[in-house]
Design a protein around this ligand. Structure first.
Ligand code: ZN
Length: 230
């Protein structure tokens, strides 16, 4: 088959999956995930069918602000659900970080950048587990009434997506959501829970989103505009 338009370059990852998936990573590189035995011509056809989606996605990514790097040092401000908390670094026996007003106390025997980074990451994961589960519980009764089982939360650092819902009963949410304003978290949870009823992004999915969260488009725009923290 000849086609005038050359296909963009991508990294191919084959695995025990059942369907093809195209991902645009935050650095704009492409990744195609494919079942082990998919023919190269089928992969090319798939990519060709996704070119207009790809152009839209790349345009959207180009609008996003560059990732922010925040200092891991005393006095630096880091966001929790869009609100700044100020790092208060202490030297002493290791303690679990805790929030006092808007100050996050981090006490470590040797508070260097690496150990502050690890303590902060643990703290974010802890905060994320509580906040994400609370948000799922807040939105879930609608789906429980329709006979769905509550998906189990898994928190991941993801490069190309904010969340996903697996057919095996998991809702995967990007750890970075704990840093963004709460409307972003609420939107991603609403989106993923909608997939309990509609696995694709067809008209039925959008009707349910409009019903569950009438301002979801504004929240999605906010989510796509904000910088993430590197
Ligand atoms: Zn989706």
């Amino acid at each position: 088959m000849t086609d005038a338009q050359p296909l963009p370059e991508y990294t191919l990852i084959r695995s025990d999956r059942r369907s093809l998936e195209l991902r645009v990573l935050t650095d704009q590189r492409l990744e195609i995930r494919a079942p082990r035995r998919t023919a190269q011509s089928d992969i090319d056809d798939f990519l060709r069918s996704r070119l207009s989606w790809l152009a839209r996605t790349r345009a959207r990514l180009a609008q996003r602000a560059a990732p922010l790097t925040l200092p891991l040092a005393h006095g630096a401000r880091h966001p929790l659900l869009g609100q700044p908390v100020q790092l208060h670094i202490l030297t002493g026996a290791r303690r679990a970080p805790f929030l006092l007003g808007d100050r996050l106390q981090i006490q470590l025997p040797t508070p260097d950048e690496a150990s502050i980074g690890r303590a902060l990451d643990d703290w974010y994961r802890h905060q994320a587990r509580t906040a994400f589960n609370a948000e799922i519980d807040r939105q879930f009764p609608f789906y429980a009434a329709r006979g769905h089982a509550r998906p189990t939360l898994r928190i991941k650092r993801m490069k190309s997506r904010w969340g996903s819902l697996s057919t095996r009963g998991y809702i995967n949410l990007n750890l970075a959501l704990i840093q963004l304003p709460r409307p972003c978290l609420e939107y991603v949870v609403a989106h993923e829970l909608c997939h309990l009823e509609h696995m694709d992004h067809g008209p039925g999915f959008h009707r349910l989103m409009d019903q569950r969260m009438p301002d979801w488009r504004a929240r999605k725009a906010l989510l796509n505009r904000l910088p993430v923290i590197a």
